[in-house]
Design a protein. Sequence first.
Length: 151
Amino acid sequence: TVERGRIKCHQYWPKLFETQRYGRLQSNEERSVTHMQYSAWPDHGVPDDSKELIDFVVEVRQTRTGMVEPVIVHCSAGIGRTGVLILLETSMCLIEASEPIYPLEIVRNMRDQRAMLIQTAGQYKFACDAILKIYNEGIVKPLPEYQQQKQ
């Protein structure tokens, strides 16, 4: 991936329908990897509109439904764009569970795991605006089993 003329990420994944060898370690175990990439996001900035990113996060969530394997998220430094995506996905889970969303508290908890997640005030504002959009437009709704528990 190249941004503003700088290589930000070398291609470490194989091309479609090809395999890739990493080192000399051998195993008969096969693992399936689903690779999803969102590339319309400038480094240190934010997308012009949150709709495409929200749609991407929804697609990631749908793709991993029923999977037990972990999801790995990264960007150039692994803190700015990665943090926003994790905050949005966490907020979607809270909406589904009919729980309140406190973005600053979520970010503080995330930073216990990875320092400096969400690098700029602009990224934080973008995430908060996107969370409001998700909630206000009903993009993600409380799940019935959680609504019954709240009553």
